[in-house]
Each structure stands twice: as C-alpha cells, then as structure tokens.
Design a protein around this ligand. Structure first.
Ligand code: ADP
Length: 153
C-alpha cells in the first residue's frame, strides 16, 4: 500500500469546489488517512516547489498558493501515487482529458485545482513536510474487500 499527498489549491477553495474534488478521491476508493486546512508560507513553498526555482513563474506560483488556505490530504491505496496522478491529469488544465480532475475543472496551467505527489520518494518527503505522524490515521476501510481482489495488496 502506498500513501500520497494531495493539496487542494486556493483556487479550489475559492471556487467552492472542495466537496466536488474530495468526492473524486472518495468514489475512486482511496482511503483518506489525513486531512487538514493550512495557510502555506513562502518558506514552505520554496521547499515544496524547489524543482521550479529556476522557472520565471516560480514566485507567481508560490504567491498563488498563499492567496487563501489550502486543504492537504493523505490518501492510501494500492499504487495510490500513480492512481492519484491519473485522476488529476496533466499539469495544464486546458490539455487535460475530460474525466480527469484538471480536465473537468481547470482552464489553466497554474490554477490547476490539485497538487499530487509524483513518485514514491517525493510522496514520503512531501508527507513528512505537511503532516506530523500523529495526524495520519490507521483504520480498516469497511469497503476494502470490495475494492481489491485478494492478490492485489
Ligand atoms: P504538477 O503539479 O503537475 O506535478 P509541476 O510540479 O511541474 O506540475 O509544477 C508545479 C505547479 O507549478 C503546477 O501544478 C502549476 O500550478 C505550476 N506550473 C507548472 N508549470 C507551469 C507553467 N508552465 N506555467 C504556469 N504554472 C506552472
């Protein structure tokens, strides 16, 4: 089982889409193991988006992420990192396929609704950055036996 980080960006909160987006992950069958609201800071975003530090839009992306609080979530499931990336769709919402979150809710490269971890290594670093251990929960998902075949986990 993998854990992955999802951030519902300020555009999602301001557009009143929090419920719609959480619903996508819920109906997929991902297990929600952590959820909280946070106001992000320039320092935390500089770490989180360090891979974009040479890009001309680096500061603009960070500023956009600080315009309102975000919702941070940890989801768990078999191959959860890839499954969540597939649900989100590619970065540019205009090019994301209908049916993906970005394809259904975004017209923008930047204002693209969600952040999702892109690898196992990044997911671990990002979860440690945004959650402390006591904010992540372990519980039996009552639907579990109906979500997977017995050889899938
Ligand atoms: P992703 O969020 O799809 O993993 P990246 O890690 O490359 O994509 O970029 C992080 C965030 O920076 C994107 O989600 C988006 O908000 C913003 N971003 C990336 N590339 C661009 C771009 N060319 N123009 C504007 N914003 C961008």
């Amino acid at each position: 089982m993998e854990k992955t980080l999802v951030i519902l960006k300020p555009c999602t909160l301001q557009r009143g889409l929090i419920g719609d987006i959480l619903k996508r992950f819920e109906q997929k069958g991902l297990r929600l193991v952590g959820l909280k609201m946070m106001q992000l800071t320039d320092q935390l975003l500089s770490e989180h988006y360090a891979h974009l530090s040479s890009k001309p839009f680096f500061q603009r992306v960070k500023d956009s992420m600080m315009t309102a609080p975000v919702i941070v979530c940890c989801y768990e499931g078999v191959d959860a990192i890839a499954a969540v990336r597939a649900l989100a769709g590619p970065t540019n919402g205009r090019l994301a396929a209908p049916g993906t979150i970005r394809g259904d809710f975004s017209m923008s490269f930047q204002e693209n609704i969600v952040h999702t971890s892109d690898s196992a290594e990044t997911a671990e670093i990002e979860l440690n950055r945004f959650f402390s251990a006591n904010e992540l929960f372990t519980y039996k998902q009552s639907s579990f036996d109906y979500l997977y075949a017995s050889d899938e986990f």
